[in-house]
Design a protein around this ligand. Sequence first.
Ligand code: C5P
Length: 300
Amino acid sequence: MNSVTVRVPAKVNLQLAVGPLRGDGYHDLVNVFHAVSLFDEVTAVAETGMSVRVEGESADQVPEDDDNLAIRAAVALARHAGRSYGVSLAIRKAIPVAGGMAGGSADAAAALVACNELWGLGLPLEDLMEIAADIGSDVPFALLGGTAVGTGRGERLTPLEAAGPFHWVFALADGGLSTAKVYAECDRIRAEEGLPVAEPRAAGALLAALRDGDAKALGAELTNDLQSAALRLRPSLAATLEAGRGHGALGALVSGSGPTCAFLAASAAHAGELAGALRDAGVAREVLTAHGPVPGPAVV
Ligand code: C5P
């Protein structure tokens, strides 16, 4: 086999509870990840060296050098296997870049799956999960898909039962937000408030709503501790969230570290109407619909 293509979904966070800043610069989280039907595609072709090309949605904002998360994943996998493999990666992006939907993490996960196949390594998922955690906190979930709660940095995962399908609308913003900067802004806001920061805990009502497939209850339970920080860095997102709420979204929140805003709809038809209303309101660069949960990366 000299070419493998893997399709990998984006994620939205249903609950993102951020604990105190740790000594290592990370935060302990309770992070309820939910994979949605917005996909990047990564094609791996056998080559002597390592290279990457990116096309599609905001491709010009993705590095095509050793900083690219997919290349870092391929390099880490070759190192794990103790061999000097090469690969040429082609990434077709649909997931917004630096949008809070784990697009870079998705590409890294897809590269791990594609190279594992291309190089005939046959490594089990648990091995890929370990390599993934070293690349980024969201990469292990990107390998798993579905719905799962992440603790620690977000890398320690427990799959959750989720009935679904849940119907989503995503409002994409101009330009991205740096995850590290949003966490730093969150720490700054907390320092200003001077209140103690609680240990993050999973919301029982949210887990019940997921299990029951109850979109109305889920909408009421969506929370993101990074939202106030993302809004401080990008004040225009307040109007985007407000427009979605005003047009009947069951829930509205910033996805992860933003700036993408996520809206939960009651049905596929409602998601279509809501997307149309958001486009008409002119509060987003682009508006997309998707459903979740969907399975993780798959060879196509
Ligand atoms: O793990 P990853 O490289 O994706 O994280 C990017 C940045 O997000 C980290 O450097 C850190 O500033 C912040 N982060 C955090 N706590 C987490 C995950 C990420 O502070 N649990």
